[in-house]
Design a protein around this ligand. Structure first.
Ligand SMILES: [Zn+2]
Length: 372
């Protein structure tokens, strides 16, 4: 770090106060990243007040020098670098250079503030919002989980969406599929969802695909060109997941899948080339549960069809986890927690546990063998 073009801005997320004994406290209790630093002369506090994004490091030093003539520009550079290392500083220059318009900076101000908890002078939170805007996400299934995920994507500012579904709204959907209303009964879900998104955000113009996926070839069409796929449908049971897994593995497109079974919700993400795939999960599960293959075979041969048995709150939580993973993927604030892990959310206890770890692919998996 030197005195060149960056214009440090102290993040507005952190409360700063002087303590007795010449100490300065930044932030409060966890997760607010509290630290206490020595500031006997009070110039660190003054420096922080001056870091409003209008001054370069050199300018900060000059403005401080009147009160602290012994201070060198190296001193100021060092403390700015230290505050940056601790996670308290962004570079205002990155805001000015970003491609977000004034309406987006205003609309997504709280998103950007949130991302700035994770950003630094080198990364900045504005580019994170920009990456969400540029993300091309395909959502397969506009049912309960799909509705929740679409709502989350709208709030995150993901507008380049493709929605794949073939169903119409039914009265019995209206306990958990919260994009739809009574007046929509009989209409295509993709149309109603699209109207909501367009009403919510003028930039939203989703591509609507009226298709029932019945093969890997269909899945390939559905996911083509996406940056990320959300699999939010589960029929035909097991097969749809395999088709989407195969298509995404071949295309090198990451996908996040979620599903609900009574009081348990599951989420996992496959990142081709980095994690195992859904077929690896099967292989691993089969190795650990000898009866699994027989169950699958009997289940598929039977005409048993589990009735919908779920409540909106559970889907909201599950969709929130999927939405959070999507935000992590595009912003880089953190690794996706579900990448290479089947996360199971127990809605009786609200505990989230790793059910299956497939971070490493199963060597004999035929689906992802060519991906590595
Ligand atoms: Zn695999």
């Amino acid at each position: 770090m030197n005195g060149s073009g960056v214009r440090p801005v102290f993040k507005g997320l952190f409360f700063v106060r002087s303590l007795p004994g010449g100490m300065l406290r930044i932030g409060e209790a966890s997760p607010n990243r509290a630290v206490e630093i020595a500031d006997e002369d009070g110039w660190v506090e003054r420096l922080i007040r001056l870091m409003d994004g209008t001054r370069t490091v050199e300018r900060l030093w000059r403005d401080l020098a009147a009160a602290a003539p012994s201070l060198t520009i190296e001193d100021v550079s060092e403390i700015v670098a230290e505050l940056d290392r601790l996670g308290y500083v962004d570079d205002q220059g990155l805001r000015d250079e970003c491609g977000l318009g004034p309406d987006e900076l205003e609309r997504f101000r709280a998103n950007v503030n949130y991302f700035s908890y994770y950003s630094s002078m080198g990364s900045g939170p504005w580019g994170m919002q920009e990456r969400l805007r540029g993300a091309e996400v395909t959502v397969i299934g506009a049912g309960a989980l799909g509705c929740g995920v679409l709502l989350n994507l709208a709030g995150l500012g993901v507008t380049d969406l493709r929605i794949v579904d073939f169903d119409v709204v039914e009265l019995s959907n209206l306990n958990r599929q919260m994009l739809y209303a009574e007046k929509d009964i009989g209409r295509r879900k993709i149309d109603v969802a699209s109207e909501f998104l367009a009403r919510f955000h003028f930039r939203s113009n989703p591509e609507l695909v009226d298709m029932e996926i019945t093969s890997a070839a269909d899945a390939k069409k559905a996911i083509s060109g996406s940056d990320l796929v959300v699999l939010a449908a589960d029929q035909p049971y097991w097969l749809l997941e395999r088709w989407v897994n195969q298509a995404c593995s071949e295309a090198g497109i990451p996908f996040i899948a979620g599903g609900m079974n009574l009081c348990e919700g599951q989420v996992y993400a496959v990142v081709p080339g980095r994690t195992g795939c859904a077929a690896c999960i099967d292989l691993q599960y089969g190795q650990d549960h000898a009866e699994h293959a027989a169950f699958l075979s009997d289940f598929r041969d039977s005409d048993f069809r589990m009735p919908s048995a779920s409540i909106a709150p559970n889907y909201m939580v599950l969709a929130g986890i999927v939405g959070g993973e999507i935000a992590r993927w595009f912003t880089g604030t953190a690794e996706m927690r579900s990448a290479g892990r089947v996360l199971a959310m127990n809605f009786d206890t609200y505990a989230l546990e790793t059910r299956i770890d497939f971070a490493r692919r199963i060597p004999e998996c035929p689906v992802c063998k060519d991906v590595y």
